[in-house]
Structure formats: structure tokens, C-alpha cells
Design a protein around this ligand. Structure first.
Ligand code: ZN
Length: 147
């Protein structure tokens, strides 16, 4: 503790200067910065990141290969399930799994497009006179029987 009058370095807690006898203000004159918690530099690990990525890939695959609607639609269902699971696991620890969200979105889009394309194809084949095709397949079926 330095004396304000003469600058002598006194022992901490001294009431009067040991050099000149002046009263020493013991109140801490140093302003301490407010306590700041240490900044967390390590990024919190998002759980089920791989699951979210898988979900996103499956959803995107469904959208990309929509022409194979019947084969591809299970991908969207699995993608949707994985996306929801990864999303809820991330939410449980207060984090966001962007891959899972993207997986859910792409899977839902894929499923909707698959359903729409199926409806469209059913409508096309219903509106077209399919008698010829039907007869052809019937004929083929009959001839393939070992009679
Ligand atoms: Zn002094």
C-alpha cells in the first residue's frame, strides 16, 4: 500500500504511513474488472451428427432419383426417421443439428414428390387407353404359362 502523501510503500493493512505518518486510505483504490467467466473455446459436440448427415443424404437421394419413386421412397422414410431422431437428440442437450433439419426437410420434400409423381402416373395411365397394354401383358402372361 503506497502512501498518497510521500509514496512510501507501507505494509498492506497499515492505517498510517510508516514514513510520514499520514493516514492511509485502506479502501482498495484499484478497480477490478467485473468477473468474466472463461470463454469456452471448445465447441460443444452436436450429438448424432452422422445420423443427421445420413438423413440429409437419404432425403437428397430421394429428391435426386425421383424417377425411381417406388424404389427410392424407403430412403426418404429412413431419412425422415433418422432426421427426427438426430434432431431430438440434439434438442435434448440444447443444440441444433443442421444436418438433421436438412434431412427432415429433404426427406419430406422427397416423400411428397414421390406421392405426387405416383398420383400423376396413375392419372396418366388411367386417362390413357391402356387396353392395348393390358391385352399385351395378359397375352404374355398366358403364353408364359407352361400349358
Ligand atoms: Zn507517507
Amino acid at each position: 500500500m503506497f502512501c498518497e502523501k510521500c509514496g512510501f510503500n507501507n505494509n498492506d493493512g497499515a492505517s498510517f504511513c510508516q514514513n510520514c505518518g499520514a493516514p492511509i486510505n485502506n479502501a482498495p483504490n484499484q478497480i477490478y474488472p467485473p468477473y468474466q467467466p472463461p470463454v469456452q473455446t471448445i465447441k460443444p459436440k452436436i450429438p448424432s451428427l452422422g445420423m443427421g448427415i445420413t438423413s440429409m443424404v437419404l432425403g437428397a437421394t430421394t429428391c435426386a432419383f425421383l424417377c425411381y419413386a417406388v424404389i427410392i421412397f424407403p430412403c426418404a422414410i429412413i431419412g425422415l426417421i433418422l432426421g427426427c431422431m438426430a434432431n431430438s437428440r440434439a434438442k435434448a442437450v440444447g443444440l441444433k443439428n443442421g444436418f438433421a433439419t436438412a434431412g427432415i426437410i429433404t426427406s419430406v420434400i422427397g416423400l411428397v414428390m414421390v406421392v405426387l409423381s405416383l398420383i400423376f402416373f396413375i392419372w396418366i395411365f388411367d386417362s390413357v387407353d391402356s387396353g392395348y397394354y393390358y391385352d399385351y401383358y395378359y397375352y404374355y402372361f398366358i403364353n408364359s404359362l407352361p400349358l
